[in-house]
Design a protein around this ligand. Structure first.
Ligand code: NAI
Ligand code: MG
Length: 356
């Protein structure tokens, strides 16, 4: 298979984790006889410094001409004082919107060798394997109006939670399609007892469900879902929800695994040109020290192979290699216990490549 992959290293530890993940992808290409052509672009603070814009036209053109995008992270104290249009994270919001990446997938899988890393009890965590499908380009983060205004002579502000039928249908379809390849259960999370947009969401989810008689749909109110995720996360297979609820629930769910450095994500549209990135940020506090954990990015690359290229065996090979390395006790500092020796970003990547 021949594919062009756009690498967007970004800021902080971004360049380090992307360089290591590229080596893993090159190893996959060698072992499975694929040709991956890598091109590199700028985004975030790196792009602001070079061009003045957090998402230069050239980067967007490269993205549109590629088969998939692998991103490190953006942001850092250097740009914190910038105006809203010249902030690194603006580049991320813009690329998601420009490519129509409406489905954000965050799998939460408990890795047995690291079970002690979570603050939750082991018996609650054993065998957790769930997927959060978060709507990413609509809802409260994009609805208009969104502004400051005077209300009865007082400062006020408004944000708008708005969804159209088409936006809800496509994300719910995505959730059902993923559920078909998993345990065939979808929980749609909303706040239908209060919000009109949630009542529409619920109606449409019920309609879409009729097209998937092999998959079970249930509904859960978001406040209850937040509680259930901690009480008994094993009850979930696929969770589908609107943008803000998904943002909060997926960060909550990340603590089931115990470490930010291990969580991958994918943002997809219908054309399969997905954007794959670790859930964590640019970790400026450890940039350049060789301490960054590359596993979240390596696992994001596995999601890319699976979801954008349909290479399920290759994706599985990476996941198995990561599990094996962790079972061997190889740890970067963020996941090492005080008694364990931590290894560098490059060393743990070498271990993954050997396991492959
Ligand atoms: P962060 O995720 O960068 O770091 C939080 C803590 O986790 C830090 O102590 C960091 O050292 C550690 N950490 C994160 N990833 C790690 C890894 N792979 N290996 C080892 N340790 C890791 O979040 P923070 O500190 O709130 O934000 C730092 C910068 O990142 C900010 O500028 C923020 O805006 C940006 N950010 C960017 C995101 C993105 O590009 N998608 C997402 C979240 C934050
Ligand atoms: Mg978040």
């Amino acid at each position: 298979m021949e594919k062009q992959i756009l690498l967007l290293p970004g800021d902080g530890i971004g360049p380090e984790i992307i360089a290591e993940t590229k080596r893993v992808l090159e190893e996959i290409a060698r072992l499975y006889h694929h040709t991956f052509q890598f091109v590199e672009g700028r985004i975030g603070g790196d792009a602001i410094d070079a061009t003045g814009s957090p998402l230069p036209e050239e980067t967007l053109d490269l993205a549109k001409g590629s088969d998939a995008i692998l991103l490190g992270a953006v942001g850092g104290p250097k740009w914190d004082g910038n105006a809203p249009e010249k902030r690194p994270e603006k580049g991320l919001l813009q690329i998601r919107k420009a490519l129509g990446l409406y489905a954000n997938l965050r799998p939460v899988r408990v890795l047995k060798p690291l079970m002690g890393a979570s603050t939750l009890k082991e018996e609650v965590l054993a065998d957790v394997d769930l997927l959060i499908v978060r709507e990413l380009t609509g809802g409260l983060y994009f609805g208009e109006p969104r502004e400051r205004r005077q209300i009865n002579g007082e400062d006020g502000a408004v944000d708008t939670l708005l969804y159209t039928r088409g936006e809800i249908e496509r994300i719910v379809h995505q959730a059902f399609q993923f559920a078909r390849t998993r345990k065939k259960r979808v929980v749609s999370v909303d706040k239908a007892n209060v919000l009109e947009s949630s009542r529409l969401w619920r109606e449409i989810a019920d309609e879409v469900a009729r097209e998937y008689p092999d998959v079970t749909l249930s509904h859960m109110l978001v406040d209850n879902a937040a509680m259930q995720l901690i009480r008994d996360p094993r009850q979930f297979d696929v969770i589908v929800t609107e943008n803000l609820f998904g943002d909060i629930l997926s960060d909550e769910a990340s603590m089931i695994t115990g470490s930010l450095g291990l969580l991958p994500s994918a943002s997809m549209n219908t054309s399969k040109v997905g954007l794959f990135e670790p859930v964590h940020g640019s970790a400026p506090d450890i940039a350049g020290t060789g301490a960054a954990n590359p596993l979240a990015t390596i696992l994001s690359a596995a999601m890319m192979l699976q979801y954008s290229f349909g290479l399920a065996d290759e994706a599985k090979a990476i996941e198995v290699a990561v599990d094996r390395v962790l079972a061997q006790g190889v740890r970067t500092k963020d996941i090492a216990k005080a008694s364990e020796n931590a290894v560098s970003t490059t060393a743990i990547t070498n271990a993954v490549m050997e396991a492959l």
